[in-house]
Design a protein around this ligand. Structure first.
Ligand code: ZN
Length: 291
């Protein structure tokens, strides 16, 4: 009789594969709340979510570290990951454009999306809010609240873990404040428009963002940079870590400025503590550039 009941194609295939005694309802049951499948988009979202979720539970990352996050193209594996997930954590502010089509393709009506930037006012639509420890706190709190809503039975655990991470972010904020207040309005040039929130928070100034395609600086970019250095009396030129840009190096030498790497944290180690390591390195870099 049980076999006759499962007339759905899925049921038939399943029965054929496993025999009639297997309960069809096993495949239909949503995963238990304690085994929530959480998927995150890119590294900072992974760190913040993993920090709240804790050690016992797995969190997946859609964009592998080292992959260009801006203009990321989704893979079929990303679609399957979202199709079987309970929760998807994203930065929002239109950062993860690849999600629109991917979430649609995944056809997961049970999926709960957490927008980590909910209630954060964006600066000209710039997505890099995670680089400001104060806004990062808000992102962690948003992720915590979203996870509690999705899995209330684990509330105490999420709260305790989030509080712990938020305390570390508060300590980091205090340190940034104390160490950068000596350099009010220190002006820097960046080649990745990633630092408006950080600059805003600690009263330093990002001017003349020259977006360079990989390692090509056009004569116009060079001229724009030279003009900006002169006009704003820029103290520093910040490049990206791991990108050896000969043109940029030569240009900074001509301008008598050191080219220093500043990390947008779009790449790095999986450990949630890496956020603090990288932000400490950035603090040292900014401090030494502004001196
Ligand atoms: Zn970026």
């Amino acid at each position: 009789m049980r076999c006759q009941k499962s007339l759905l194609i899925v049921g038939l295939i399943f029965s054929a594969l496993t025999g009639c005694n297997q309960s069809y309802s096993q495949v239909q049951q949503p995963s238990p709340a304690s085994k929530l499948k959480v998927v995150t988009t890119f590294l900072p979202m992974y760190w913040f979510t993993k920090a709240v979720v804790g050690e016992e539970q797995q969190v997946e990352l859609l964009i592998p570290p080292g992959t260009e996050v801006h203009d990321y193209q989704a893979t079929p594996a990303n679609v399957s990951a979202i199709a079987t997930a309970n929760v998807l954590v994203k930065n929002g502010i239109d950062f993860e454009e690849f999600l629109d089509g991917t979430v649609k393709s995944a056809q997961n009506s049970q999926l709960k999306e957490i927008n980590a930037s909910a209630n954060i006012e964006s600066l000209a639509g710039n997505p890099h809010v995670w680089l400001d420890p104060v806004l990062a706190k808000q992102q962690v709190a948003n992720i915590r609240d979203g996870l509690i809503a999705a899995n209330p039975e684990n509330k105490a655990n999420y709260q305790a873990n989030a509080t712990n991470y938020i305390q570390q972010l508060e300590k980091l904020d205090t340190e940034y404040k104390q160490r950068l207040q000596k350099y009010p309005n220190c002006t820097f040039i960046s080649f990745h428009d990633a630092y408006p929130y950080l600059a805003n928070r600690y009263q330093i100034k990002q001017v003349a963002v020259v977006e360079i395609p990989e390692d090509q600086l056009s004569p116009t970019d060079v001229q724009k940079t030279i003009n900006a250095v002169k006009q704003y009396k820029a103290k520093a030129i910040f490049g990206e870590p791991g990108v050896d840009n000969k043109l940029l190096k030569a240009l900074s030498q001509d301008l008598n400025l050191t080219l220093q790497p500043l990390d947008s944290l779009e790449s790095g180690k999986l450990d949630p503590q890496h956020y603090f390591t990288a932000m400490q390195t950035n603090l040292k870099t900014i401090e030494s550039a502004c001196k």
